[in-house]
Design a protein around this ligand. Structure first.
Ligand SMILES: [Zn+2]
Length: 200
């Protein structure tokens, strides 16, 4: 019998408002018209250890880089790099805040992309309060009140669904200038470490 991983899990909820088109989907309203959703994103973190505060990972730490990166999508339009070049050009011209993904902005791909983004942050974070083995376990993206997509590690890295290259995600200047470090994404991609603050 498969041994179930015994890890404690914590969950943090984020919210953002975003516009998109999902090309190729069955629903005409989704595939043919720009529209928006009030997204809710649940991050499930896991560990088999507790830190000095007897926590898996202080919720305060999830409000730093991880929150800033997810907030990139707020009041922004999310574009798929495979969309019509004229559409991409116009959206970038008329919206100061945009994010371009190498995949379509369906709830499923959002869950996979955000999983990989959070994983990148955690892999490059130096913890200072004895946190150990903290991983992102799963990501749930609620597109509406009634529909969500959930990605596990296997889903996020699935070759069957298509490998996602994080280096192909582009954030507009209007997004980056609101980060506490406008170069944080480039630094993370280069493998530069983020040291957690001792106190927030
Ligand atoms: Zn939609």
């Amino acid at each position: 019998m498969e041994q179930r991983e015994k890890k404690m899990k914590i969950r943090k909820l984020y919210k953002f408002e975003n516009a998109h088109i999902v090309r190729g989907c069955t629903s005409r309203r989704c595939s043919e018209s720009i529209h928006g959703h009030s997204y809710k994103v649940e991050l499930i973190f896991a560990s088999d250890h507790l830190d000095r505060g007897q926590m898996v990972y202080d919720f305060g730490l999830t409000k730093l880089t991880i929150k800033e990166l997810i907030d990139s999508f707020d009041h922004a339009i999310t574009l798929w790099s495979g969309d019509d070049p004229g559409y991409l050009r116009d959206m970038k011209k008329w919206s100061r805040r945009w994010v371009e993904l190498p995949v379509s902005p369906s709830a499923e791909q959002y869950a996979r992309v955000i999983f990989l983004m959070v994983e990148l942050v955690l892999n490059n974070t130096v913890t200072v309060n004895n946190e150990k083995n903290v991983t992102i376990d799963s990501v749930i993206v609620h597109e509406t009140d009634t529909g969500y997509a959930m990605a596990s590690r296997a889903d996020a890295h699935s070759e069957i669904m298509g490998k996602i290259d994080l280096a192909k995600i582009a954030f507009s200047e209007g997004v980056k200038e609101e980060w506490s470090d406008p170069e944080i994404w480039e630094k993370l991609l280069r493998g530069e470490k983020i040291v957690n603050p001792k106190k927030i």
